[in-house]
Design a binder for this molecule. Sequence first.
Ligand code: ZN
Ligand code: ZN
Length: 407
Amino acid sequence: MKKTRLREYARLIVRCGVNVQKDQEVMIYADLDQPEFVKMVVEEAYKAKAKKVVVEWNYQPLQKLHVRYQSVKTLGTVEPWQEARQEHFCQVLPARIHLESSDPDGLKGINMEKVTKARQMSYPILKPYRDRRENRDQWCIAAVPGEAWAKKVFPGMRTSLAVEKLWEAILDTARVTDDPVKAWEEHNADLARRCDYLNSLNIRSLHYTAENGTDLTVGMMDEGCWRGGRDTSLQGIAFNANIPTEECFISPKKGMAEGIVYSTKPLSYRGQLIENFFIRFENGKAVEANAEAGEELLNAMISMDEGAAYLGECALVPQKSPICESGILFYNTLFDENAACHLALGMGYADTIQDYQDKTLEQCREMGLNDSMIHEDFMIGCDSMNIDATCADGKVVPIFRNGNWAF
Ligand code: ZN
Ligand code: ZN
């Protein structure tokens, strides 16, 4: 891939993605796959006047070794210095950049029970820190190609060619054009217009149907608020949390989901795939889940904690989106979730509540915002998907017809 185009992408992540501020600290989380690109991002962050940039490297084979050889207790223990680091993050609010490149199957065979138990141990200690940072910091998830990931997306292709093809797909869908910053301004404006219309409807519930058998009704909070594209932190800094993004999304009301929904794309969860599954909801809760592949994993995910069986997000993405039209199955949620309508199990986002700035997280949860240690998107959109909204005044308004916006 041409260096000039990669440089544009690095700049886009730093400027439009997290929007690094003068004297701000920056954390970058990356795998070992593209060190040259990570270096470009670090350099762009310094050019944007970052005070300090810290890179935390991840390598899936090491993750596997740690899980294999450490006890659950060791894995789940949060050491005092790790807590001190979390405290530091809460105090200085670094901009967080996550560069994904990992192998969708890279953690296959890992002892899930051990991972789950360790996570359940560490979560209560880490959660208060997460809650304190919630909506206050800027963050951005973007992707770079890893070799194993590229081979999974383009099987049978020479590795170097597959990596190049994946770079192209990533940069095209991330709108890295001649002037990416301008392209993102237009895109953010389009998503904002759609959200304004959805918010004007005062939607009380969405009814999803599709030829595959999906027939699901999901209730909304009275004070729910659709969002999409550009975000603004409570510090007043604009940022784009996902590059790419195509969705208008909202957190539904906990306890209000009835019916059955079928997945339309595989879900990569913790480095393992769950394929061809359905989930049935009663009173908002997932009461039955069935998968052709990865059923055990799906059920483990749903039972991570109390909130993991409830919905935390409803997102609308037309089939006419650059990612969907590319026809590529990325085996990565960042891309696949932006190619199709999706739901998420687990934590809901407080910023999809009106005037959330003036409410505590506890108040948001009382209104029906779900809470969980997980937030896992799964794709349900397809060409035959119709979605109708029932509004506060009783009117039924078409939102999606045959997989695309009805307005
Ligand atoms: Zn989403
Ligand atoms: Zn999500």
